[in-house]
Design a protein around this ligand. Structure first.
Ligand code: PLP
Length: 423
Protein backbone atom coordinates (compact mmCIF):
# COMPACT_ATOMS: atom_id res chain seq x y z
CA UNK A 1 0.00 0.00 0.00
CA UNK A 2 1.31 3.43 -0.94
CA UNK A 3 1.43 6.36 1.44
CA UNK A 4 -1.89 8.09 2.10
CA UNK A 5 -2.11 11.27 0.03
CA UNK A 6 -2.99 14.49 1.85
CA UNK A 7 -6.34 16.05 0.89
CA UNK A 8 -6.38 18.09 -2.32
CA UNK A 9 -6.87 21.29 -0.33
CA UNK A 10 -3.69 20.68 1.70
CA UNK A 11 -1.75 23.27 -0.30
CA UNK A 12 -3.79 26.03 1.30
CA UNK A 13 -1.90 25.90 4.55
CA UNK A 14 1.30 26.68 2.65
CA UNK A 15 -0.02 29.86 1.03
CA UNK A 16 1.68 33.01 2.21
CA UNK A 17 -0.65 35.29 4.08
CA UNK A 18 -0.88 38.56 2.24
CA UNK A 19 -3.23 41.40 1.72
CA UNK A 20 -3.93 43.71 -1.15
CA UNK A 21 -1.74 46.83 -1.04
CA UNK A 22 -3.78 49.34 0.96
CA UNK A 23 -3.13 52.25 -1.38
CA UNK A 24 -4.49 50.33 -4.36
CA UNK A 25 -7.46 49.20 -2.25
CA UNK A 26 -8.47 52.77 -1.36
CA UNK A 27 -8.34 53.61 -5.04
CA UNK A 28 -10.88 50.85 -5.76
CA UNK A 29 -13.14 51.96 -2.89
CA UNK A 30 -13.03 55.55 -4.18
CA UNK A 31 -13.98 54.35 -7.68
CA UNK A 32 -16.86 52.36 -6.22
CA UNK A 33 -18.26 55.43 -4.46
CA UNK A 34 -17.96 57.47 -7.66
CA UNK A 35 -19.75 54.74 -9.64
CA UNK A 36 -22.61 54.87 -7.12
CA UNK A 37 -22.81 58.63 -7.67
CA UNK A 38 -21.56 59.31 -4.17
CA UNK A 39 -19.25 62.24 -3.62
CA UNK A 40 -15.63 61.30 -3.13
CA UNK A 41 -12.49 63.29 -2.40
CA UNK A 42 -9.58 61.20 -3.57
CA UNK A 43 -6.96 61.85 -0.93
CA UNK A 44 -6.17 58.17 -0.52
CA UNK A 45 -4.20 57.10 -3.56
CA UNK A 46 -0.91 58.90 -4.16
CA UNK A 47 -0.90 59.14 -7.92
CA UNK A 48 0.68 62.13 -9.64
CA UNK A 49 -2.05 64.40 -11.03
CA UNK A 50 0.30 65.81 -13.67
CA UNK A 51 0.15 64.52 -17.24
CA UNK A 52 3.31 63.22 -18.92
CA UNK A 53 4.54 66.03 -21.22
CA UNK A 54 3.35 65.68 -24.84
CA UNK A 55 6.78 65.30 -26.41
CA UNK A 56 7.53 62.33 -24.18
CA UNK A 57 4.16 60.76 -25.00
CA UNK A 58 4.95 61.28 -28.70
CA UNK A 59 8.32 59.56 -28.25
CA UNK A 60 6.57 56.61 -26.65
CA UNK A 61 4.07 56.40 -29.52
CA UNK A 62 6.86 56.38 -32.07
CA UNK A 63 8.72 53.67 -30.11
CA UNK A 64 5.74 51.30 -30.02
CA UNK A 65 7.35 48.97 -32.56
CA UNK A 66 10.41 48.41 -30.34
CA UNK A 67 9.57 44.84 -29.45
CA UNK A 68 13.02 43.48 -28.69
CA UNK A 69 14.14 42.52 -25.21
CA UNK A 70 16.66 45.02 -23.94
CA UNK A 71 19.49 44.13 -21.58
CA UNK A 72 18.48 43.26 -18.02
CA UNK A 73 20.50 46.17 -16.66
CA UNK A 74 18.77 48.64 -18.95
CA UNK A 75 19.23 50.46 -22.25
CA UNK A 76 22.72 52.11 -22.09
CA UNK A 77 21.56 55.53 -23.45
CA UNK A 78 18.85 55.56 -20.77
CA UNK A 79 21.36 54.82 -18.00
CA UNK A 80 23.62 57.57 -19.32
CA UNK A 81 20.71 60.01 -19.47
CA UNK A 82 19.67 59.15 -15.89
CA UNK A 83 23.22 59.78 -14.64
CA UNK A 84 23.50 63.17 -16.40
CA UNK A 85 19.99 64.24 -15.36
CA UNK A 86 20.58 63.55 -11.68
CA UNK A 87 24.03 65.11 -12.04
CA UNK A 88 22.41 68.27 -13.38
CA UNK A 89 19.54 68.54 -10.90
CA UNK A 90 21.06 66.99 -7.79
CA UNK A 91 24.79 67.04 -8.30
CA UNK A 92 24.99 63.24 -8.28
CA UNK A 93 28.18 61.76 -9.67
CA UNK A 94 26.87 58.48 -10.95
CA UNK A 95 28.53 55.95 -13.21
CA UNK A 96 25.89 54.65 -15.69
CA UNK A 97 27.46 51.21 -15.25
CA UNK A 98 26.26 51.21 -11.65
CA UNK A 99 22.63 51.87 -12.62
CA UNK A 100 20.01 49.14 -13.01
CA UNK A 101 16.73 49.93 -14.73
CA UNK A 102 13.47 48.08 -14.04
CA UNK A 103 9.74 48.10 -14.59
CA UNK A 104 9.26 50.50 -11.67
CA UNK A 105 11.51 51.06 -8.67
CA UNK A 106 9.23 48.87 -6.54
CA UNK A 107 10.38 45.62 -8.13
CA UNK A 108 14.00 46.72 -7.75
CA UNK A 109 13.49 47.29 -4.03
CA UNK A 110 12.36 43.69 -3.90
CA UNK A 111 15.35 42.56 -6.01
CA UNK A 112 17.73 44.20 -3.52
CA UNK A 113 16.05 42.42 -0.62
CA UNK A 114 15.94 39.12 -2.49
CA UNK A 115 19.65 39.40 -3.31
CA UNK A 116 20.34 38.61 0.38
CA UNK A 117 19.92 35.10 1.73
CA UNK A 118 19.47 36.58 5.15
CA UNK A 119 19.07 40.15 6.31
CA UNK A 120 17.32 42.33 8.82
CA UNK A 121 15.27 45.13 7.32
CA UNK A 122 14.88 48.27 9.34
CA UNK A 123 11.88 50.50 8.69
CA UNK A 124 11.36 53.92 10.24
CA UNK A 125 7.66 54.12 11.07
CA UNK A 126 5.70 55.50 9.35
CA UNK A 127 7.07 54.27 6.01
CA UNK A 128 5.63 53.46 2.60
CA UNK A 129 3.22 50.52 2.47
CA UNK A 130 5.24 48.03 0.41
CA UNK A 131 8.55 47.82 2.26
CA UNK A 132 7.32 45.52 5.01
CA UNK A 133 5.49 43.04 2.71
CA UNK A 134 8.58 42.94 0.47
CA UNK A 135 10.87 42.17 3.42
CA UNK A 136 8.45 39.40 4.42
CA UNK A 137 8.34 37.99 0.88
CA UNK A 138 12.13 37.92 0.82
CA UNK A 139 12.02 35.95 4.08
CA UNK A 140 13.79 38.59 6.16
CA UNK A 141 13.29 39.71 9.69
CA UNK A 142 12.02 43.28 9.78
CA UNK A 143 11.88 45.81 12.57
CA UNK A 144 9.96 49.05 12.80
CA UNK A 145 11.43 52.06 14.58
CA UNK A 146 8.48 54.29 15.31
CA UNK A 147 9.18 58.02 15.02
CA UNK A 148 7.10 60.81 16.51
CA UNK A 149 5.41 64.08 15.68
CA UNK A 150 7.87 66.14 17.76
CA UNK A 151 10.77 64.91 15.61
CA UNK A 152 8.71 65.59 12.46
CA UNK A 153 8.37 61.80 11.97
CA UNK A 154 12.11 61.53 11.30
CA UNK A 155 14.49 58.79 12.38
CA UNK A 156 16.99 60.18 14.89
CA UNK A 157 20.64 59.09 15.21
CA UNK A 158 19.89 58.09 18.82
CA UNK A 159 17.08 55.75 17.73
CA UNK A 160 19.28 54.19 15.06
CA UNK A 161 22.21 53.81 17.47
CA UNK A 162 19.97 52.22 20.09
CA UNK A 163 18.64 49.68 17.64
CA UNK A 164 22.01 48.84 16.12
CA UNK A 165 23.76 48.48 19.47
CA UNK A 166 21.05 46.14 20.75
CA UNK A 167 21.28 43.72 17.82
CA UNK A 168 22.23 40.20 18.82
CA UNK A 169 23.85 39.09 15.59
CA UNK A 170 25.96 41.77 13.91
CA UNK A 171 26.92 39.32 11.20
CA UNK A 172 23.52 39.49 9.51
CA UNK A 173 23.35 42.43 7.08
CA UNK A 174 21.21 45.32 8.22
CA UNK A 175 19.25 47.09 5.48
CA UNK A 176 17.63 50.42 6.28
CA UNK A 177 14.92 51.59 3.90
CA UNK A 178 15.09 55.34 4.15
CA UNK A 179 12.67 57.47 2.18
CA UNK A 180 12.76 61.27 1.83
CA UNK A 181 10.84 63.37 0.96
CA UNK A 182 8.68 60.82 2.66
CA UNK A 183 5.55 59.09 1.65
CA UNK A 184 3.55 59.32 3.96
CA UNK A 185 4.93 62.23 6.02
CA UNK A 186 6.01 64.77 3.37
CA UNK A 187 9.16 65.40 5.46
CA UNK A 188 12.79 65.48 4.37
CA UNK A 189 16.10 65.55 6.23
CA UNK A 190 18.51 68.47 6.53
CA UNK A 191 22.24 68.16 5.78
CA UNK A 192 23.01 68.17 9.52
CA UNK A 193 20.48 65.43 10.21
CA UNK A 194 21.83 63.27 7.40
CA UNK A 195 25.42 63.78 8.50
CA UNK A 196 24.59 62.70 12.04
CA UNK A 197 22.68 59.63 10.84
CA UNK A 198 25.50 58.72 8.45
CA UNK A 199 27.94 58.49 11.39
CA UNK A 200 25.80 55.78 12.99
CA UNK A 201 25.28 54.03 9.65
CA UNK A 202 29.05 53.92 9.10
CA UNK A 203 29.69 52.62 12.61
CA UNK A 204 27.35 49.66 12.11
CA UNK A 205 27.87 49.09 8.36
CA UNK A 206 24.21 49.66 7.60
CA UNK A 207 23.26 49.17 3.95
CA UNK A 208 20.82 51.93 3.07
CA UNK A 209 18.22 51.99 0.34
CA UNK A 210 17.60 55.72 -0.02
CA UNK A 211 14.20 55.86 -1.66
CA UNK A 212 14.48 59.23 -3.40
CA UNK A 213 11.51 58.77 -5.72
CA UNK A 214 10.13 62.20 -4.65
CA UNK A 215 13.48 64.03 -4.54
CA UNK A 216 12.87 65.99 -7.74
CA UNK A 217 9.62 67.26 -6.22
CA UNK A 218 11.37 68.79 -3.17
CA UNK A 219 9.96 72.26 -2.74
CA UNK A 220 13.24 73.75 -1.62
CA UNK A 221 16.25 73.99 -3.92
CA UNK A 222 18.80 72.90 -1.32
CA UNK A 223 17.75 69.27 -1.30
CA UNK A 224 20.06 67.25 0.94
CA UNK A 225 20.99 63.67 0.14
CA UNK A 226 22.42 60.90 2.28
CA UNK A 227 24.77 59.83 -0.51
CA UNK A 228 26.87 62.90 0.23
CA UNK A 229 27.68 61.64 3.73
CA UNK A 230 27.52 57.90 3.21
CA UNK A 231 28.34 57.19 -0.44
CA UNK A 232 29.88 53.77 0.18
CA UNK A 233 26.64 52.01 1.13
CA UNK A 234 23.77 54.20 -0.06
CA UNK A 235 21.72 52.66 -2.86
CA UNK A 236 19.54 55.34 -4.46
CA UNK A 237 16.10 54.36 -5.73
CA UNK A 238 14.12 56.55 -8.13
CA UNK A 239 12.26 56.61 -11.44
CA UNK A 240 9.77 58.48 -13.60
CA UNK A 241 6.60 57.68 -11.61
CA UNK A 242 6.47 60.86 -9.58
CA UNK A 243 8.47 63.70 -11.15
CA UNK A 244 7.36 62.80 -14.68
CA UNK A 245 3.80 61.79 -13.75
CA UNK A 246 4.30 58.37 -15.34
CA UNK A 247 3.51 55.86 -12.57
CA UNK A 248 1.62 53.50 -14.86
CA UNK A 249 4.45 53.44 -17.39
CA UNK A 250 6.43 51.46 -14.84
CA UNK A 251 10.00 52.62 -15.08
CA UNK A 252 12.41 52.99 -12.19
CA UNK A 253 16.08 52.52 -11.45
CA UNK A 254 18.62 52.02 -8.70
CA UNK A 255 22.12 53.36 -8.44
CA UNK A 256 24.27 50.88 -6.53
CA UNK A 257 27.62 52.16 -5.23
CA UNK A 258 30.70 50.37 -6.58
CA UNK A 259 31.95 49.91 -3.04
CA UNK A 260 29.22 47.30 -2.39
CA UNK A 261 31.12 45.07 -4.80
CA UNK A 262 30.56 43.19 -8.04
CA UNK A 263 29.14 40.09 -6.36
CA UNK A 264 26.31 42.11 -4.86
CA UNK A 265 25.63 43.95 -8.12
CA UNK A 266 25.52 40.62 -9.97
CA UNK A 267 23.21 39.12 -7.35
CA UNK A 268 20.72 41.94 -7.92
CA UNK A 269 21.03 41.56 -11.72
CA UNK A 270 20.43 37.84 -11.29
CA UNK A 271 17.16 38.37 -9.37
CA UNK A 272 16.16 40.95 -11.99
CA UNK A 273 16.87 38.55 -14.84
CA UNK A 274 14.85 35.77 -13.17
CA UNK A 275 11.87 38.00 -12.46
CA UNK A 276 11.16 40.91 -14.84
CA UNK A 277 13.84 40.29 -17.55
CA UNK A 278 13.97 43.94 -18.61
CA UNK A 279 11.91 47.10 -18.41
CA UNK A 280 9.53 47.46 -21.40
CA UNK A 281 11.58 48.60 -24.42
CA UNK A 282 9.28 51.39 -25.73
CA UNK A 283 9.07 52.84 -22.23
CA UNK A 284 12.87 52.82 -21.95
CA UNK A 285 13.09 54.80 -25.20
CA UNK A 286 10.52 57.33 -23.97
CA UNK A 287 12.20 57.58 -20.57
CA UNK A 288 15.52 58.27 -22.32
CA UNK A 289 13.88 61.31 -23.91
CA UNK A 290 12.40 62.36 -20.55
CA UNK A 291 15.83 62.25 -18.90
CA UNK A 292 17.64 63.86 -21.85
CA UNK A 293 15.28 66.81 -22.21
CA UNK A 294 16.65 68.90 -19.35
CA UNK A 295 15.02 72.15 -20.52
CA UNK A 296 11.57 70.57 -20.53
CA UNK A 297 12.20 68.94 -17.14
CA UNK A 298 13.32 72.27 -15.63
CA UNK A 299 10.04 73.93 -16.57
CA UNK A 300 7.90 70.90 -15.73
CA UNK A 301 9.48 70.46 -12.30
CA UNK A 302 9.36 74.10 -11.29
CA UNK A 303 5.66 74.38 -12.25
CA UNK A 304 4.77 71.19 -10.38
CA UNK A 305 6.69 72.20 -7.27
CA UNK A 306 5.10 75.63 -7.18
CA UNK A 307 1.56 74.23 -7.38
CA UNK A 308 2.22 71.39 -4.93
CA UNK A 309 3.68 73.78 -2.39
CA UNK A 310 0.69 76.14 -2.66
CA UNK A 311 -1.81 73.30 -2.22
CA UNK A 312 0.09 71.61 0.59
CA UNK A 313 0.33 74.88 2.53
CA UNK A 314 -3.38 75.51 2.08
CA UNK A 315 -4.11 72.06 3.52
CA UNK A 316 -1.67 72.17 6.43
CA UNK A 317 -2.61 75.73 7.45
CA UNK A 318 -6.34 74.98 7.32
CA UNK A 319 -5.94 71.76 9.28
CA UNK A 320 -3.79 73.43 11.92
CA UNK A 321 -6.46 76.14 12.32
CA UNK A 322 -8.81 73.27 13.13
CA UNK A 323 -6.44 71.95 15.85
CA UNK A 324 -5.09 69.10 13.76
CA UNK A 325 -1.36 68.54 14.39
CA UNK A 326 0.44 68.57 11.06
CA UNK A 327 3.84 69.62 9.71
CA UNK A 328 4.11 71.52 6.42
CA UNK A 329 5.21 69.23 3.60
CA UNK A 330 8.72 69.68 2.22
CA UNK A 331 8.21 67.79 -1.01
CA UNK A 332 5.98 65.34 -2.85
CA UNK A 333 2.21 65.21 -2.38
CA UNK A 334 1.55 63.99 1.12
CA UNK A 335 0.74 65.26 4.60
CA UNK A 336 0.46 63.22 7.77
CA UNK A 337 -2.17 64.88 9.99
CA UNK A 338 -2.40 63.66 13.57
CA UNK A 339 -5.84 63.86 15.22
CA UNK A 340 -4.40 63.49 18.69
CA UNK A 341 -6.21 66.62 19.98
CA UNK A 342 -9.52 65.01 19.03
CA UNK A 343 -8.71 61.79 20.86
CA UNK A 344 -11.38 62.14 23.56
CA UNK A 345 -14.10 63.42 21.27
CA UNK A 346 -13.40 60.62 18.80
CA UNK A 347 -13.36 58.02 21.59
CA UNK A 348 -16.78 59.22 22.72
CA UNK A 349 -18.02 58.27 19.24
CA UNK A 350 -16.36 54.86 19.47
CA UNK A 351 -13.41 55.84 17.26
CA UNK A 352 -10.12 54.77 18.82
CA UNK A 353 -8.02 53.66 15.83
CA UNK A 354 -6.85 55.26 12.60
CA UNK A 355 -8.68 52.56 10.63
CA UNK A 356 -11.98 53.39 12.33
CA UNK A 357 -11.27 57.07 11.73
CA UNK A 358 -10.65 56.70 7.97
CA UNK A 359 -13.64 54.35 7.54
CA UNK A 360 -15.98 56.78 9.34
CA UNK A 361 -14.62 59.77 7.43
CA UNK A 362 -15.16 58.05 4.09
CA UNK A 363 -18.71 57.12 5.09
CA UNK A 364 -19.70 60.49 6.56
CA UNK A 365 -17.87 62.91 4.27
CA UNK A 366 -16.62 61.06 1.17
CA UNK A 367 -13.04 62.01 2.08
CA UNK A 368 -10.82 59.04 1.23
CA UNK A 369 -7.65 58.81 3.33
CA UNK A 370 -5.29 56.07 4.44
CA UNK A 371 -4.90 55.02 8.08
CA UNK A 372 -1.50 55.26 9.78
CA UNK A 373 -1.55 51.48 10.25
CA UNK A 374 -0.98 51.08 6.50
CA UNK A 375 2.41 52.71 7.13
CA UNK A 376 3.41 50.68 10.17
CA UNK A 377 1.96 52.96 12.85
CA UNK A 378 0.36 51.40 15.94
CA UNK A 379 -3.44 51.10 15.55
CA UNK A 380 -4.28 53.62 18.26
CA UNK A 381 -2.07 56.34 16.84
CA UNK A 382 -4.58 58.70 15.22
CA UNK A 383 -2.47 59.63 12.21
CA UNK A 384 -3.74 59.40 8.66
CA UNK A 385 -2.11 60.04 5.29
CA UNK A 386 -3.54 62.74 3.11
CA UNK A 387 -2.52 62.77 -0.57
CA UNK A 388 -3.57 66.24 -1.77
CA UNK A 389 -3.79 65.21 -5.42
CA UNK A 390 -7.48 65.59 -6.25
CA UNK A 391 -7.01 68.46 -8.70
CA UNK A 392 -6.43 68.86 -12.43
CA UNK A 393 -2.71 68.59 -13.07
CA UNK A 394 -2.79 69.76 -16.69
CA UNK A 395 -3.50 73.34 -15.52
CA UNK A 396 0.23 73.84 -14.87
CA UNK A 397 0.62 74.57 -18.59
CA UNK A 398 -2.19 77.21 -18.55
CA UNK A 399 -1.63 80.96 -18.54
CA UNK A 400 -3.94 81.17 -15.51
CA UNK A 401 -1.66 79.04 -13.33
CA UNK A 402 -0.97 82.08 -11.14
CA UNK A 403 -4.52 81.46 -9.91
CA UNK A 404 -4.56 77.69 -9.62
CA UNK A 405 -7.82 75.80 -9.34
CA UNK A 406 -7.79 73.29 -6.52
CA UNK A 407 -11.37 73.78 -5.37
CA UNK A 408 -11.92 70.04 -4.99
CA UNK A 409 -9.06 69.82 -2.50
CA UNK A 410 -10.38 72.88 -0.64
CA UNK A 411 -13.87 71.37 -0.48
CA UNK A 412 -12.53 68.03 0.79
CA UNK A 413 -10.49 69.77 3.51
CA UNK A 414 -13.58 71.84 4.39
CA UNK A 415 -15.68 68.70 4.75
CA UNK A 416 -13.05 67.19 6.99
CA UNK A 417 -12.94 70.31 9.18
CA UNK A 418 -16.75 70.52 9.38
CA UNK A 419 -16.86 66.91 10.48
CA UNK A 420 -14.32 67.59 13.22
CA UNK A 421 -16.31 70.67 14.27
CA UNK A 422 -19.43 68.56 14.61
CA UNK A 423 -17.84 66.03 16.98
N1 PLP B 1 8.62 54.41 -3.06
C1 PLP B 1 7.67 55.24 -2.60
C2 PLP B 1 7.92 55.97 -1.33
C3 PLP B 1 6.47 55.41 -3.30
O1 PLP B 1 5.54 56.25 -2.83
C4 PLP B 1 6.26 54.68 -4.49
C5 PLP B 1 4.99 54.78 -5.24
O2 PLP B 1 3.97 55.16 -4.74
C6 PLP B 1 7.27 53.83 -4.94
C7 PLP B 1 8.44 53.72 -4.20
C8 PLP B 1 7.12 52.99 -6.17
O3 PLP B 1 7.51 53.65 -7.29
P1 PLP B 1 7.54 52.96 -8.72
O4 PLP B 1 6.34 53.44 -9.43
O5 PLP B 1 8.84 53.42 -9.31
O6 PLP B 1 7.53 51.48 -8.54
Amino acid sequence: MGKKMPPATNFRKYIRSGKHSETLMINQLSHLRAENNQEVFRFGFGQSPFPVPDTIVATLASAASRKEYMSVQGHPPLREAIASFHGYFENKKWDPEQIIVAAGSKILLYCIMAAFQKAEVLLPGPSWVSYEPQAKLAGHKYTWIITDYDNAWKLTPEQLEQHCAAREDHDIPLILVFNYPSNPTGQSYSNEELEALAKVMKKYNVIVIADEIYSLLSYSDDYATLEEYYPEATIVSSGISKWCGAGGWRLGFHHIPKQLGTAFFQAVISVASETYSCAPSPIQIAATEAYQNIELAKEFLSKQKCLLKTISLYCSNTLRDQSVAVHDAQGGFYLLPDFIYYKDKLASKGITTSEQLTAKLLDDTGVALLPGTAFGMPPTSLVIRLAFVDFKGDQIWDESIKNPDFDKVKLGIDRLCQWLESL
